[in-house]
Write a protein of this length. Structure first.
Length: 319
């Protein structure tokens, strides 16, 4: 599966794409009523993202803007967003109300997720200390240096392959307000070189005292992740556990059920899985009577079997 739709909302605000240079700007939404999406893909081919952002800043009362979505920058498959980040940081004093930022909202026609070039996003979080939500798409070149951020409540990292250094950087960060963490771990084919052991600082919960929603998904090593989660101290604090979109087989599900009780959860999301029917039933029979919402939709998870018996299974979002 590839990503075919742009973000429809951010920070509970509907997304709205800022118009191109020839479009009128006299009937724009109220600055604080939408999540503003700025993307080179909808503008003149000669207009760089920073130029489009400058037009936006001139047309909209930026002091009231609460959410920004960075869409495609020019040639994202070949250039990282350093100029985008520089433009945002240069204008940070003009955005006192900004609480949510997403970097790299691109669909497959603009740039496949594993082709999106990224860079260290730490300066953005340091430059906007009042951010409550931050998301980024694309793992190639992505960096996340260990940091402290006292306001961040939601962190989303969507990749077809998440570098181990990023996982470790997040795990080493002090994020006392974080309630929602969503990591797409991906596959080694696209740079996802982390191991389950790299998740230990996250799973210990020591730096995440308020975490209630944990998603470790889209992973080729989903069985190992499930086994690590089964004994993780943070689980007893969670309301939602999401191990979806990956190569989860009976081995991982049985390990998860054999660990600490999960009956306190509000939801367990395992959609896009490779479980047998008996194990699916065991998951349901264990959790649903306790009131846990269980998502076991197999979705588009399909196996390919070669003549020699080799079975190939795939994450939901790779390339």
């Amino acid at each position: 599966m590839t990503i075919g739709d742009h973000l429809s909302s951010l920070y509970r605000l509907p997304s709205h794409t800022f118009p191109g240079p020839d479009a009128p700007t006299d009937k724009l939404p109220e600055p604080d009523a939408v999540a503003w999406r700025i993307s080179s893909e909808v503008y003149d081919a000669n207009e760089d993202w920073p130029d489009a952002f400058a037009r936006f800043c001139a047309a909209v009362d930026t002091t009231r803007v609460r959410a920004l979505i960075v869409g495609a920058w020019q040639e994202a498959y070949d250039s990282d967003p350093h100029a985008v980040i520089a433009a945002l940081l240069a204008a940070r004093d003009r955005f006192p109300a900004l609480r949510a930022l997403f970097l790299g909202d691109m669909v497959m026609e603009e740039c496949e997720i594993s082709w999106i070039n990224q860079t260290d996003v730490g300066p953005l979080l340091a430059g906007f200390p009042a951010l409550e939500e931050f998301g980024v798409r694309g793992g190639s070149g992505l960096g996340f240096t260990a940091l402290e951020h006292g306001a961040l409540r939601r962190l989303v990292v969507e990749t077809g392959g998440l570098p181990a250094e990023v996982v470790r950087g997040i795990g080493a960060s002090d994020l006392p307000a974080l309630e929602h963490l969503d990591l797409w771990l991906g596959t080694p084919d696209y740079g996802g070189d982390s191991e389950a052991a790299d998740l230990e600082p996250i799973l210990s919960g020591a730096r995440l005292p308020r975490l209630r929603h944990l998603a470790l998904r889209n992973s080729e090593m989903q069985d190992a992740v499930a086994a690590a989660v089964a004994a993780a101290p943070i689980v007893e604090r969670l309301e939602v556990l999401d191990l979806s979109m990956g190569v989860l087989t009976d081995e991982g599900a049985v390990a998860l059920l054999g660990g600490q009780p999960l009956t306190h959860l509000k939801k367990l999301d395992l959609h896009h899985h490779y479980l047998s029917k008996p194990v699916e039933e065991r998951v349901r029979e264990t959790l649903e009577p306790a009131g846990v919402e269980v998502d076991l939709d197999r979705d588009d998870a399909e196996e390919d079997t070669e003549e020699d018996g080799t079975v190939w299974r795939y994450v939901a979002v790779g390339e």
